[in-house]
Design a protein around this ligand. Structure first.
Ligand code: HEM
Ligand code: HEM
Length: 184
Protein backbone atom coordinates (compact mmCIF):
# COMPACT_ATOMS: atom_id res chain seq x y z
CA UNK A 1 0.00 0.00 0.00
CA UNK A 2 2.75 2.49 0.85
CA UNK A 3 5.29 3.49 -1.77
CA UNK A 4 6.90 6.28 0.22
CA UNK A 5 10.51 6.03 -0.88
CA UNK A 6 12.08 4.31 -3.85
CA UNK A 7 13.79 1.06 -2.90
CA UNK A 8 15.08 -1.58 -5.29
CA UNK A 9 14.76 -4.78 -3.23
CA UNK A 10 12.16 -6.02 -0.76
CA UNK A 11 13.45 -5.67 2.85
CA UNK A 12 14.42 -8.92 4.65
CA UNK A 13 11.24 -9.06 6.75
CA UNK A 14 9.03 -8.75 3.63
CA UNK A 15 11.00 -11.50 1.88
CA UNK A 16 10.84 -13.75 4.95
CA UNK A 17 7.07 -13.31 5.13
CA UNK A 18 6.65 -13.87 1.37
CA UNK A 19 8.73 -17.06 1.21
CA UNK A 20 7.58 -18.66 4.48
CA UNK A 21 3.94 -18.06 3.50
CA UNK A 22 4.55 -19.26 -0.09
CA UNK A 23 5.99 -22.58 1.18
CA UNK A 24 3.18 -23.03 3.72
CA UNK A 25 0.41 -22.15 1.24
CA UNK A 26 1.70 -24.46 -1.49
CA UNK A 27 2.01 -27.28 1.12
CA UNK A 28 -1.53 -26.53 2.38
CA UNK A 29 -2.91 -26.78 -1.16
CA UNK A 30 -1.13 -30.10 -1.78
CA UNK A 31 -2.13 -31.55 1.62
CA UNK A 32 -5.72 -30.24 1.24
CA UNK A 33 -6.22 -31.80 -2.19
CA UNK A 34 -4.70 -35.15 -1.11
CA UNK A 35 -6.49 -35.46 2.24
CA UNK A 36 -10.02 -35.01 0.79
CA UNK A 37 -9.39 -38.00 -1.50
CA UNK A 38 -7.82 -40.20 1.19
CA UNK A 39 -9.14 -42.72 3.68
CA UNK A 40 -5.62 -43.50 4.97
CA UNK A 41 -4.73 -43.56 8.68
CA UNK A 42 -2.84 -40.25 8.34
CA UNK A 43 -5.96 -38.42 7.10
CA UNK A 44 -7.25 -37.20 10.53
CA UNK A 45 -3.73 -36.04 11.50
CA UNK A 46 -3.34 -34.25 8.16
CA UNK A 47 -6.75 -32.59 8.60
CA UNK A 48 -5.93 -31.42 12.12
CA UNK A 49 -2.55 -30.00 11.01
CA UNK A 50 -4.25 -28.46 7.95
CA UNK A 51 -6.63 -26.50 10.19
CA UNK A 52 -3.89 -25.38 12.60
CA UNK A 53 -1.52 -24.24 9.83
CA UNK A 54 -4.47 -22.56 8.09
CA UNK A 55 -5.12 -20.44 11.20
CA UNK A 56 -1.36 -19.74 11.52
CA UNK A 57 -1.47 -18.46 7.92
CA UNK A 58 -4.34 -16.14 8.83
CA UNK A 59 -2.22 -14.68 11.67
CA UNK A 60 0.80 -14.35 9.34
CA UNK A 61 -1.42 -12.54 6.82
CA UNK A 62 -2.39 -9.94 9.43
CA UNK A 63 1.32 -9.38 10.20
CA UNK A 64 2.05 -9.23 6.46
CA UNK A 65 -0.64 -6.61 5.81
CA UNK A 66 0.63 -4.44 8.69
CA UNK A 67 4.18 -4.84 7.32
CA UNK A 68 2.95 -3.95 3.82
CA UNK A 69 1.34 -0.80 5.13
CA UNK A 70 4.47 0.28 7.04
CA UNK A 71 7.20 -0.78 4.59
CA UNK A 72 8.16 0.72 1.23
CA UNK A 73 8.40 -1.72 -1.66
CA UNK A 74 10.11 -1.72 -5.05
CA UNK A 75 8.27 -0.17 -7.99
CA UNK A 76 7.66 -2.24 -11.10
CA UNK A 77 10.15 -1.35 -13.90
CA UNK A 78 9.28 1.87 -15.79
CA UNK A 79 9.68 0.07 -19.13
CA UNK A 80 7.05 -2.55 -18.24
CA UNK A 81 3.91 -2.14 -20.44
CA UNK A 82 0.88 -0.71 -18.59
CA UNK A 83 -1.21 -3.82 -19.28
CA UNK A 84 1.39 -6.05 -17.62
CA UNK A 85 1.53 -3.70 -14.62
CA UNK A 86 -2.25 -3.92 -14.32
CA UNK A 87 -2.19 -7.72 -14.55
CA UNK A 88 0.55 -7.82 -11.88
CA UNK A 89 -1.50 -5.58 -9.52
CA UNK A 90 -4.70 -7.54 -10.13
CA UNK A 91 -2.90 -10.85 -9.48
CA UNK A 92 -1.41 -9.49 -6.22
CA UNK A 93 -4.87 -8.35 -5.14
CA UNK A 94 -6.30 -11.81 -5.97
CA UNK A 95 -3.48 -13.51 -4.02
CA UNK A 96 -4.13 -11.34 -0.94
CA UNK A 97 -7.91 -11.87 -1.21
CA UNK A 98 -7.46 -15.65 -1.52
CA UNK A 99 -4.99 -15.70 1.40
CA UNK A 100 -7.75 -14.12 3.51
CA UNK A 101 -10.73 -16.07 2.14
CA UNK A 102 -9.12 -19.54 2.34
CA UNK A 103 -8.73 -19.65 6.15
CA UNK A 104 -11.97 -17.70 6.71
CA UNK A 105 -14.04 -20.10 4.57
CA UNK A 106 -12.35 -23.05 6.36
CA UNK A 107 -13.21 -21.59 9.78
CA UNK A 108 -16.81 -20.80 8.66
CA UNK A 109 -17.17 -24.33 7.21
CA UNK A 110 -16.09 -25.91 10.49
CA UNK A 111 -18.38 -23.60 12.53
CA UNK A 112 -21.36 -24.45 10.28
CA UNK A 113 -20.52 -28.14 10.83
CA UNK A 114 -20.79 -27.57 14.60
CA UNK A 115 -17.03 -28.15 15.13
CA UNK A 116 -14.66 -25.88 16.98
CA UNK A 117 -11.17 -25.36 15.56
CA UNK A 118 -8.29 -26.20 17.88
CA UNK A 119 -4.93 -24.69 16.92
CA UNK A 120 -1.94 -27.00 17.67
CA UNK A 121 -3.61 -27.82 21.03
CA UNK A 122 -2.77 -24.25 22.17
CA UNK A 123 -6.17 -22.54 21.88
CA UNK A 124 -9.63 -23.02 20.39
CA UNK A 125 -11.25 -20.55 18.01
CA UNK A 126 -14.76 -19.31 18.76
CA UNK A 127 -17.53 -20.65 16.50
CA UNK A 128 -18.53 -17.99 13.94
CA UNK A 129 -22.09 -19.27 13.41
CA UNK A 130 -24.57 -21.89 14.57
CA UNK A 131 -24.46 -25.37 13.03
CA UNK A 132 -26.29 -25.33 9.70
CA UNK A 133 -25.93 -28.04 7.08
CA UNK A 134 -26.75 -25.74 4.11
CA UNK A 135 -24.15 -23.15 5.18
CA UNK A 136 -21.66 -26.00 5.70
CA UNK A 137 -22.17 -27.18 2.10
CA UNK A 138 -21.79 -23.62 0.75
CA UNK A 139 -18.56 -22.87 2.68
CA UNK A 140 -17.12 -26.27 1.77
CA UNK A 141 -17.75 -25.56 -1.94
CA UNK A 142 -16.36 -22.03 -1.55
CA UNK A 143 -13.22 -23.36 0.16
CA UNK A 144 -12.57 -25.68 -2.81
CA UNK A 145 -13.37 -23.03 -5.48
CA UNK A 146 -11.15 -20.40 -3.89
CA UNK A 147 -8.39 -23.02 -3.64
CA UNK A 148 -8.56 -23.50 -7.43
CA UNK A 149 -8.59 -19.74 -8.03
CA UNK A 150 -5.52 -19.51 -5.79
CA UNK A 151 -3.75 -22.36 -7.66
CA UNK A 152 -4.37 -20.65 -11.03
CA UNK A 153 -3.22 -17.26 -9.75
CA UNK A 154 -0.07 -18.75 -8.18
CA UNK A 155 0.72 -20.45 -11.52
CA UNK A 156 0.34 -17.10 -13.33
CA UNK A 157 2.40 -15.36 -10.63
CA UNK A 158 5.26 -17.89 -10.82
CA UNK A 159 5.28 -17.77 -14.65
CA UNK A 160 5.40 -13.96 -14.44
CA UNK A 161 8.29 -14.09 -11.94
CA UNK A 162 10.23 -16.52 -14.19
CA UNK A 163 9.52 -14.37 -17.27
CA UNK A 164 11.07 -11.38 -15.46
CA UNK A 165 14.00 -13.40 -14.13
CA UNK A 166 14.89 -15.48 -17.21
CA UNK A 167 13.60 -13.61 -20.26
CA UNK A 168 13.45 -9.90 -19.43
CA UNK A 169 16.26 -10.27 -16.88
CA UNK A 170 15.12 -7.16 -14.99
CA UNK A 171 15.17 -6.66 -11.22
CA UNK A 172 11.65 -7.96 -10.42
CA UNK A 173 12.55 -11.55 -9.43
CA UNK A 174 15.84 -10.45 -7.81
CA UNK A 175 13.90 -7.91 -5.69
CA UNK A 176 12.16 -10.81 -3.91
CA UNK A 177 15.31 -13.00 -3.70
CA UNK A 178 18.08 -10.66 -2.51
CA UNK A 179 18.51 -7.62 -0.29
CA UNK A 180 20.99 -6.04 -2.71
CA UNK A 181 22.36 -6.55 -6.21
CA UNK A 182 23.96 -10.01 -6.45
CA UNK A 183 27.68 -9.99 -7.45
CA UNK A 184 28.74 -11.21 -10.91
C1 HEM B 1 -4.41 -20.74 3.45
C2 HEM B 1 -5.16 -21.61 4.11
C3 HEM B 1 -5.79 -22.84 3.51
C4 HEM B 1 -5.60 -23.46 2.30
C5 HEM B 1 -4.67 -23.06 1.16
C6 HEM B 1 -6.51 -24.60 2.27
C7 HEM B 1 -6.64 -25.48 1.19
C8 HEM B 1 -7.52 -26.55 1.14
C9 HEM B 1 -7.73 -27.41 0.00
C10 HEM B 1 -7.03 -27.27 -1.35
C11 HEM B 1 -8.66 -28.33 0.34
C12 HEM B 1 -9.26 -29.42 -0.57
C13 HEM B 1 -10.55 -28.88 -1.16
C14 HEM B 1 -11.30 -29.90 -2.00
O1 HEM B 1 -10.76 -30.37 -3.00
O2 HEM B 1 -12.47 -30.18 -1.65
C15 HEM B 1 -9.04 -28.10 1.70
C16 HEM B 1 -9.95 -28.85 2.41
C17 HEM B 1 -10.31 -28.58 3.72
N1 HEM B 1 -9.90 -27.52 4.48
FE1 HEM B 1 -8.57 -26.11 3.96
N2 HEM B 1 -7.21 -24.67 3.45
C18 HEM B 1 -6.80 -23.61 4.24
C19 HEM B 1 -7.23 -23.29 5.51
C20 HEM B 1 -8.15 -24.04 6.22
C21 HEM B 1 -8.63 -23.72 7.56
C22 HEM B 1 -8.17 -22.52 8.41
C23 HEM B 1 -9.53 -24.68 7.90
C24 HEM B 1 -10.35 -24.85 9.16
C25 HEM B 1 -10.20 -24.13 10.23
C26 HEM B 1 -9.61 -25.61 6.79
C27 HEM B 1 -10.41 -26.73 6.78
C28 HEM B 1 -10.52 -27.61 5.72
C29 HEM B 1 -11.38 -28.81 5.75
C30 HEM B 1 -12.25 -29.27 6.92
C31 HEM B 1 -11.23 -29.42 4.50
C32 HEM B 1 -11.92 -30.70 4.02
C33 HEM B 1 -13.19 -30.35 3.32
C34 HEM B 1 -13.91 -31.59 2.82
O3 HEM B 1 -14.20 -32.43 3.64
O4 HEM B 1 -14.16 -31.65 1.61
N3 HEM B 1 -8.77 -25.18 5.79
N4 HEM B 1 -8.34 -26.99 2.17
C1 HEM C 1 7.89 -20.26 -6.40
C2 HEM C 1 6.91 -19.45 -6.06
C3 HEM C 1 6.95 -17.93 -6.09
C4 HEM C 1 7.78 -17.06 -6.74
C5 HEM C 1 8.96 -17.38 -7.67
C6 HEM C 1 7.35 -15.71 -6.38
C7 HEM C 1 7.96 -14.54 -6.79
C8 HEM C 1 7.57 -13.27 -6.44
C9 HEM C 1 8.23 -12.05 -6.86
C10 HEM C 1 9.46 -12.00 -7.75
C11 HEM C 1 7.56 -11.01 -6.33
C12 HEM C 1 7.90 -9.53 -6.47
C13 HEM C 1 7.56 -9.05 -7.79
C14 HEM C 1 6.18 -8.72 -7.97
O1 HEM C 1 5.83 -7.62 -7.51
O2 HEM C 1 5.44 -9.51 -8.59
C15 HEM C 1 6.44 -11.53 -5.59
C16 HEM C 1 5.50 -10.78 -4.93
C17 HEM C 1 4.37 -11.30 -4.34
N1 HEM C 1 4.09 -12.64 -4.16
FE1 HEM C 1 5.17 -14.22 -4.85
N2 HEM C 1 6.25 -15.79 -5.57
C18 HEM C 1 5.97 -17.13 -5.36
C19 HEM C 1 4.96 -17.67 -4.62
C20 HEM C 1 3.95 -16.91 -4.06
C21 HEM C 1 2.80 -17.48 -3.37
C22 HEM C 1 2.53 -18.98 -3.16
C23 HEM C 1 2.05 -16.41 -2.97
C24 HEM C 1 0.75 -16.40 -2.19
C25 HEM C 1 -0.19 -17.23 -2.30
C26 HEM C 1 2.71 -15.19 -3.38
C27 HEM C 1 2.25 -13.90 -3.15
C28 HEM C 1 2.88 -12.75 -3.54
C29 HEM C 1 2.34 -11.41 -3.32
C30 HEM C 1 0.99 -11.08 -2.66
C31 HEM C 1 3.29 -10.51 -3.81
C32 HEM C 1 3.18 -8.99 -3.81
C33 HEM C 1 3.96 -8.43 -2.66
C34 HEM C 1 3.66 -6.95 -2.47
O3 HEM C 1 2.67 -6.67 -1.79
O4 HEM C 1 4.40 -6.12 -2.99
N3 HEM C 1 3.87 -15.53 -4.03
N4 HEM C 1 6.47 -12.93 -5.65
Amino acid sequence: MTERKAIKYYPTRSRLLHWSMAILIISMLLVGLSMVKSLAVWQPVALSLHKSFGVLLLLLLVIRLVNKYLTPRPRLPKKMPDLQKRVARLSHFTLYAAMLLMPLSGWLMQSADGRSVNVFGWFTLPQLLDANIKAYAIFRELHAWIAWLLILTIALHVLGALYHGLIRQDRVLASMLYSKKPKG
